[in-house]
Design a protein around this ligand. Structure first.
Ligand SMILES: Nc1ncnc2c1ncn2[C@@H]1O[C@H](COP(=O)(O)OP(=O)(O)OP(=O)(O)O)[C@@H](O)[C@H]1O
Length: 274
């Protein structure tokens, strides 16, 4: 690996406009056991074309943050904008696609029909639906699998189908909540490579929740380290890795240095917790 190429990283200057901006964001849930501060004083800017991973122990607010971006939860303090709008407005304008941990495909619908579901709801014509299905199946390397049922596909393929569904209406932002958490390491490596290639081809802005340090470092332009009780950001690491990343980049000193910093951040959060 040439050092020069390692140093030329990140998005082009023209792509650096903010897509998600959170300022002093708070979210406290009222529960029967009292108040839970799921997010406290979260400040974060995600730029167009960024791949941002959220990593931290269970309960540190990773999912809650994605859900706030998607207007599935509402903050109790601070501000957040998505494409310069409130999350509710951005949601109405279909600014994002959401991929969950379990693929969440309907077993009684074929892959093509699963992908069409949001398009049917949005009133796309039959021809438009077919066009979009063909486009996204190609994007996730599942051409020819549209007429299969989810149970006829491996776990990794199901997850790719779920990503295809999230891409179907061409949202600029992709929110992914631990999409590969349940898969074995080899399949996960392969999907990580494919996701990077897809990101490179589409220029989407991606928010990605993971518990895996190598996954976070391999995929991201920015790594957000979080800590629980209260859920907060403890470190934001701008990656110095190039956008083109073969899997063996994980053996380079630069990769290991970033992984080390993430690990230190996670340790510090745990110490606070004890
Ligand atoms: N709807 C809710 N009502 C009450 N408490 C909630 C709700 N959603 C989340 N919480 C609490 O908020 C905190 C943050 O939860 P969140 O799911 O965002 O964490 P996480 O970092 O995504 O965890 P995990 O890695 O386990 O998915 C936790 O203490 C959780 O119990």
């Amino acid at each position: 690996m040439e050092t020069d190429s390692v140093r030329t990283s990140g998005a082009k200057a023209s792509e650096r406009s903010p897509v998600i901006e959170a300022r002093k964001l708070d979210l406290t849930f009222q529960t029967n056991d009292g108040a839970v501060q799921a997010l406290r004083d979260v400040n974060l800017t995600i730029n167009k074309g960024d791949f941002v991973s959220f990593i931290g122990p269970s309960g540190c607010g990773k999912t809650t943050f994605l859900r706030v971006v998607a207007a599935l939860e509402h903050p109790t303090g601070g501000q957040i904008t998505v494409n310069g709008m409130s999350p509710d407005e951005a949601r109405r304008k279909r600014a994002y696609g959401y991929v969950f941990q379990a693929a969440g495909l309907y077993p009684w619908r074929t892959i093509a029909k699963n992908i069409k579901l949001p398009l049917e709801i949005m009133g796309y014509s039959r021809a438009q639906q077919d066009e979009q299905v063909a486009r996204v199946l190609k994007l996730v390397d599942l051409e020819g699998f549209g007429e299969k049922y989810p149970w006829q596909l491996s776990g990794g393929m199901q997850q790719r189908a779920s990503i295809a569904r999230a891409l179907a209406f061409d949202a600029e932002i992709l929110l992914m909540d631990e999409p590969f958490g349940a898969l074995d390491e080899i399949v996960r490596d392969h999907l990580n490579e494919q996701l990077l290639a897809l990101w490179g081809r589409t220029g989407k802005t991606i928010g990605f929740v993971t518990h895996s340090i190598p996954e976070a470092v391999y995929l991201s332009t920015k790594i957000v380290v979080m800590s629980p009780r209260p859920g907060r950001i403890t470190d934001v690491i701008e990656s110095t890795l190039p956008r083109e990343r073969p899997l063996d980049i994980r053996d380079t000193p630069e990769f290991l240095a970033i992984a080390h910093r993430v690990r230190e951040g996670l340790r510090a959060g745990h110490a606070y917790d004890d």
